[in-house]
Write a protein that binds this ligand. Structure first.
Ligand code: AMP
Ligand code: TRP
Length: 355
């Protein structure tokens, strides 16, 4: 726990189709957190370009993710929605964090290993230092809580490591300038400039798996479109994909323990639970003993009921690029003011002359 004012920050990359994993693992939580927290939600275009993006498609995707945020119920007036590249303080802080983070820390990142694949020599330097930019996104606002899917856990641990090393390396300057905040770290009260940000990863949908292979996560980059439900899919396509989803021949168990060793069944039950905002226990208490031939149509109906209105609203909002751009520019201006206050402190702390 720390004594910073609670603030939620999260980001989504504009790299192609948003899918059910993004929605259940992240966006839906963004919407819920608005009730209890101040929230900043960012379309992370600078992260997207760590791998090649066609410029025209990047602009379209940035607007589409923004439209998905708004269509899902994010209130860009009460909270902040913007695209990362508008607020140059993220890049500046990322550079400073590049000088705090150690090569060894970044070399252990599994997302880099996965994305770089075998041809590591040919991966961009940006892909390697991706997590320092992510730490900068979060810490430019001194955010305390970050809702994400399970795949981002390691990046958030790294964010804490960077915050902690910065706080330690500059502890005397932070005290001298009086810009620190007292926080609890383990059993101790310590003074630091950056919070040790907590990930918010919980519920039945932290890791939605591919509909074709229960051992792979649902992903934008899977070559098979049948592996994922896109937020833009229409009712027929959603039903078809669920009908064709891989399953085993057994009936559903009546308790979650019975899902062990049945990744595809587990995944569909998790999706049903998350869409309905209930637990897997609740789903199985009601549907235990059902065959997939019965359960799949029920799941398809539920998915269509929940997703179709969002898809329709997304299409409506995406059609008005000027409106979307005005949301991003207003959000960027408000985010920039907060981030600049942080960067002023950070420059002073690090001894970078300014002003
Ligand atoms: P990305 O599209 O990689 O920027 O991811 C945006 C958000 O969606 C992040 O919080 C991810 O952790 C989350 N996410 C992506 N794929 C999945 C998945 N298959 N299941 C749950 N969450 C996911
Ligand atoms: N790395 C995240 C992903 O791929 C996206 C991201 C960038 C992010 N900056 C962030 C998420 C800051 C949370 C907070 O999903």
């Amino acid at each position: 726990m720390n004594d910073f004012n609670p603030l939620v920050f999260s980001g989504v990359q504009p790299t192609g189709n948003l899918h059910l994993g993004n929605y259940l693992g992240a966006i839906r939580k963004f919407v819920a957190l608005q009730q209890s927290h101040n929230c900043i939600y960012c379309v992370v275009d600078l992260h997207a370009i760590t791998t090649w993006q066609d410029p025209t498609e990047l602009m379209t995707s940035t607007r589409e993710v923004t439209a998905a945020f708004l269509a899902s119920g994010i209130d860009a007036k009460k909270h902040i929605v913007f695209n990362q590249s508008r607020v140059h303080q993220h890049s500046e802080l990322a550079w400073i964090f590049n000088c705090i983070a150690r090569m060894g820390w970044l070399s252990r990142m599994t997302q880099f290993k996965e994305k770089a694949g075998k041809d590591r020599e040919n991966a961009s330097v940006g892909l390697f230092s991706y997590p320092t930019l992510m730490a900068a996104d979060i810490l430019a606002y001194r955010a305390t809580h970050v809702p994400v899917g399970d795949d981002q856990k390691q990046h958030l641990e790294l964010t804490r490591d960077i915050a902690q090393k910065f706080n330690n390396d500059f502890s005397e300057r932070i005290a001298e300038l009086g810009v620190g905040v007292e926080m609890q770290v383990g059993d101790e009260r310590v003074n630091g400039y950056f919070p040790l940000t907590e990930p918010l990863i919980e519920g039945p949908a932290t890791r939605i798996m591919s509909l074709r292979d229960g051992s792979k996560k649902m992903s934008k980059s899977d070559p098979s479109d049948l592996s994922r439900i896109n937020l833009t899919d229409d009712a027929d396509l959603i039903s078809k994909k669920i009908r064709k989803a891989r399953t085993d021949p057994e009936a559903l168990p009546s308790e979650p323990a019975g899902l062990e060793g049945r990744p595809e069944a587990d995944n569909l039950v998790g999706i049903f639970a998350a869409l309905n905002d209930i637990s897997k226990e609740d789903v199985l208490a009601e549907h235990g003993g059902w065959q997939f031939s019965q359960f799949k149509p029920a799941l398809a109906d539920l998915a269509v009921e929940k997703l179709a209105p969002i898809a329709a609203e997304m299409r409506r909002i995406s059609g008005d690029a000027d409106y979307v751009d005005s949301v991003l520019s207003d959000g960027g201006a408000r985010a920039g003011e907060i981030a600049e206050r942080t960067l002023k402190d950070v420059r002073s702390i690090a001894g970078l002359l300014q002003g």
